[in-house]
Write a new protein. Sequence first.
Length: 202
Amino acid sequence: MFVTAHSPRLKLATALVYLGGGVASSYASSLLGIGRSTVIKHVVDTCAAIVHVWQRKIQLPVGDELAELFRMAEAHVPPFPGAALFMDGTYEPWRAPRANELEYTCHYGYTSVQVQLVVDRTRRIRDVYSGWPGSTHDARVWRNSPLFEAVSSGKWPPKDERFRTEVEGFRIFPSIVADAAYPASPIVRVPFKGAKSDSSSF
């Protein structure tokens, strides 16, 4: 017998079963004892709630917050002075359409979507960009991301003297550290190709 009143916990469970398991709505309906249309509604409601929280909680640092991260970066000058954020790509397993399976297959051999993650020195997530097929190169994902647009247009980092310093005569700004898959720029710092670094210094 189907119930009509559902708690937020059940809505979240429905979304996890449907999205996390990559199952059909009929399976989730049978497993949870709710109608198929209710499954879809719960998934939509849960995703909307996540996006709402995401937009409030996952933001690039500015103002005093960025100033503190920049100060922390100055205390850890080698090997990247001014390093306030750290960026890399990862893969979220995904059941790809058969017609596009190769496009979604990452270099680890499974189908996925690309996820570009940016964190700060406290390991707090600051930016997420996802949706590109798993075979897409990190650099292409970066060039199409809103963060790339913000950096390229000068919207981030903010133009504030608190976020400027000098190291050995060079002007240093808050920067994003990434691996060699990303193109280098004044804001995005990457190691030399083939260089080995000690990750314990971050």
